[in-house]
Design a protein around this ligand. Structure first.
Ligand code: PMP
Length: 442
């Protein structure tokens, strides 16, 4: 039996339903990214402008997916549109070096505290793969430590504790050690008892864009222990870079890693990735006058679209705007306002849970009554399980869409989300929670 929420969703999204049916013959599961699967079917979007987007059925949404986190400036920022339009007429790929790539790297070095040198890629996954390889080559050790549930793209190595391990050799997975986060003692024992660890990689605000937060004091312990045991510390700032502050989580928390991986906001809404950090480590890519070294120790790196002029033009423009305007302050202000208003809605409706997170990355955790400081809200594994109940959260996602908001339980807030957007989102949350209650789901 369909819920009232599902009935409304199906009625108001009939063109998307038809397209989703057709897409099943084109793509596995009908979609082109695992996280774009949506119950009971995905929506087909036509255009985005600022903080809003539209679908094929003529519905309009306030967008909190924000280009999977890449759009702190909203959709189609006029300065980025103009830079990309200008560049497309000058050539999208000149098979060589450009001023733009130097400008792009200079912005990264200016903004990110750990960045002494940079290497560009086309995605966050590639940047994380390269950071691991650089760390292994630099330390001449082989193992990588990651933390449970932390997401670092889809490379063979870093998905070890996730689903979908088909096709990955056991030998590869055995080079990765998965540890619980926020546990300095276990980390220290692991580093002490294993002399073959090249690097530790972490999402510095916690797994899945901060859904399972990291204590700032753990980042400090991590920095101290990596230095003590000669292990490369990698901050995966693919999401947090240029977002938590304009210098990422490392600037916000004052903890400087050896290597940082970047993507998303870096590319100004176009594909782009980078590894930056200590020059000695990044220089593992440099050739020497030593064929043996070049063959066995140097890190090789190609990539047709590395630093391509189109992404570089968007990236340079985005980072220029970030330096010029108080973009991060605005996103944080709007994030705080949304957090406050959504928590008020929870209280008013007497729904157990919280909306919490760091700055502009917020998560709604429903179904557990708990003490929460609204920023670093750490739940036990069993509490986490309750908050991720997919039956309830799928219905919440649909109810929010029915009320003009694309968020699910995660809100990635941009600098241009307006007070009106925030108020409308709080209203949509209120109506959605009431709809969930009518279905007996909360
Ligand atoms: N690291 C983190 C923390 C991410 O959230 C993501 C993607 N959401 C990636 C790496 C992978 O980036 P990409 O999708 O650009 O490969």
């Amino acid at each position: 039996m369909l819920t009232e929420i599902e009935k409304q969703f199906i009625e108001t999204h009939s063109l998307s339903a038809n397209k989703a049916e057709h897409a099943r013959s084109l793509f596995p599961g009908g979609v082109t990214h695992d996280s774009r699967r949506q119950y009971p079917f995905q929506l087909y979007y036509t255009k985005g402008s600022g903080t809003h987007k539209h679908d094929v059925d003529g519905n309009e949404y306030i967008d909190f997916w924000s280009g999977h986190g890449s759009l702190i400036l909203g959709h189609s920022h006029p300065e980025i549109v103009s830079a990309v339009q200008n560049q497309i007429s000058q050539g999208t790929h000149l098979s060589g070096s450009s001023d733009l790539e130097m400008e792009w790297a200079s912005h990264v070095i200016d903004l990110i505290p750990s960045a002494e040198k940079v290497r560009f890629h086309s995605s966050g996954t590639e940047a994380d793969m390269m950071a691991m390889r650089m760390a292994r080559a630099y330390t001449k050790k082989s193992k990588i430590v990651k933390f449970q549930h932390h997401f670092h793209g889809w490379s063979d190595y870093l998905v070890k504790d996730g689903d979908g391990l088909g096709g990955i050799p056991e030998e590869t997975l055995s080079t990765v050690i998965v540890l619980p986060p926020n546990d300095s003692e276990t980390l220290e024992n692991t580093l002490k008892n294993n002399s073959d660890i090249a690097a530790v990689i972490i999402e510095p605000t916690g797994a899945h864009m901060g859904l399972q937060p990291i204590r700032p004091s753990f980042l400090e312990d991590l920095r101290r222990l990596c230095t003590q045991y000669g292990v490369v510390l990698i901050f995966d700032e693919v999401v947090t870079g240029f977002r938590i502050s304009n210098g990422g989580a490392q600037k916000y928390y004052g903890v400087t890693p050896d290597l940082t991986t970047l993507a998303k906001i870096l590319g100004g809404g176009l594909p782009g990735g980078a590894v930056c950090g200590k020059a000695d480590i990044i220089n593992m890519i440099e050739t020497k006058d030593d064929p043996q070294y070049n063959k066995f120790q140097r890190v090789g790196h190609n990539g047709t679209f590395n630093a391509n002029p189109l992404s570089a033009s968007a990236g340079v423009t985005a980072l220029t705007i970030l330096k010029r305007d108080p973009i991060n302050d605005q996103a944080i202000e709007m994030g705080n306002l949304l957090k406050e208003q959504l928590n008020e809605v929870l209280t008013r409706n007497e729904v157990a849970g919280c909306v919490s997170g760091v700055n502009s990355l917020l998560h709604a955790r429903l179904g557990v009554d708990h003490q929460c400081d609204r920023e670093i809200c750490i739940l036990s594994e069993s509490e986490m399980k309750k908050t991720t109940d997919s039956k309830r959260n799928d219905q919440l996602n649909l109810a929010m869409l029915n009320n003009g908001v694309h968020s699910g339980t995660r809100f990635i807030v941009g600098a241009y989300h307006s007070k009106e957007d925030i108020a409308k989102t709080a209203d949509a949350f209120d109506i959605s929670l009431k709809a969930l209650r009518s279905e007996g789901l909360i």
